[in-house]
Design a protein around this ligand. Structure first.
Ligand SMILES: NC(=O)c1ccc[n+]([C@@H]2O[C@H](COP(=O)([O-])OP(=O)(O)OC[C@H]3O[C@@H](n4cnc5c(N)ncnc54)[C@H](OP(=O)(O)O)[C@@H]3O)[C@@H](O)[C@H]2O)c1
Length: 261
């Protein structure tokens, strides 16, 4: 794997040179227990989009870490809003990243997991139609799939009138997807936070002011603040900062516990 767009560690213990992909992979790593990592990019003044999309916030170094985090996970979780809006395609990884996964006892590709209460999903969208691994859709008990969706994805029904995220994640873990990466969007992140399901946040801060208008990386109903200790700070040549925050293992509620108020 190449060095790619240069990224250096500035905290803790500044590293002397740019990090290689294996060094970056080791810094982010895989947890030794079921784990939900969330990844976002925002402007320095907290905007989650520019002109309605995340692309304008994401430079090459952010894309490099974005791809590495995909390499490290078993399941890639995305909410239906982001899947539809950003036009998600099938999850692809370069051959060196697939080789890394095989060498580490993983399947070639992570499984895409879509969270959708309505099942207003297009089975012809690349994320489903071209998927190298059959995607999973977490949905409500009574949602009706559009024609063709069950030909290209497995439905997991969890919750009578909304998707019960704790139950959905538990089901994914029973199916072998222990290390989950969530790529948003803000309403899903807010709901995961409210249910106390977030173990880690990887946040790229892009060096620009977006101004008023766009929302934050979290949205939805208010919930109790939760402490999330800083684990590392990386700096990229384009001025982006990559921040990794993760809770201590003993701060996580036991699997199956009721969410904290
Ligand atoms: N900067 C970044 O890193 C980043 C990352 C991701 C997204 N984005 C941006 O965020 C925007 C989309 O975000 P969004 O907040 O509007 O939507 P979102 O969180 O991506 O999706 C919301 C949808 O998720 C589904 N959902 C099902 N159960 C849910 C539950 N329990 N809690 C929450 N959601 C549930 C629902 O889909 P159904 O309607 O199918 O029921 C709901 O409409 C886009 O502009 C995108 O570009 C930015």
């Amino acid at each position: 794997m190449s060095v790619g767009s240069p990224v250096s560690r500035v905290w803790p213990a500044p590293a002397t040179g740019p990090l290689t992909d294996p060094e970056l992979a080791a810094l982010y790593g895989r947890a030794d227990r079921p784990h939900l990592r969330v990844n976002f990019v925002s402007s320095v003044d907290g905007a989650v989009t520019l002109d309605g999309y995340s692309a304008g916030l994401s430079g090459e170094p952010d894309k490099r870490v974005f791809g590495l985090l995909r390499m490290l996970c078993d399941g890639l979780v995305v909410a239906a809003g982001t899947l539809r809006h950003e036009g998600y395609r099938a999850v692809r990884l370069s051959e060196p990243r697939r080789a890394w996964r095989r060498a580490n006892g993983l399947t070639d590709y992570p499984t895409l997991v879509v969270v959708s209460g309505s099942l207003d999903l297009d089975p012809a969208q690349g994320a489903f139609a071209d998927a190298p691994v059959r995607p999973v859709v977490l949905t409500r008990d009574d949602a009706t799939p559009p024609p063709g969706l069950t030909d290209v994805a497995d439905l997991v029904r969890c919750g009578p009138d909304r998707v019960d995220l704790a139950a959905g994640l538990a089901e994914l873990r029973r199916g072998g997807l222990g290390q989950l990466l969530c790529e948003g969007g803000p309403h899903l992140f807010g709901a995961l936070t409210a249910a106390d399901l977030v173990d880690e946040l990887c946040l790229t801060v892009a060096p620009l002011l977006a101004g008023g208008g766009p929302g934050r990386i979290s949205a939805g109903d208010a919930s109790a603040p939760r402490r999330l200790p800083l684990r590392h700070v990386l700096a990229a040549e384009d001025g982006a900062l990559m921040l990794r925050y993760a809770r201590d293992a003993d701060d996580a509620p036991p699997a199956g516990a009721a969410p904290a108020a």
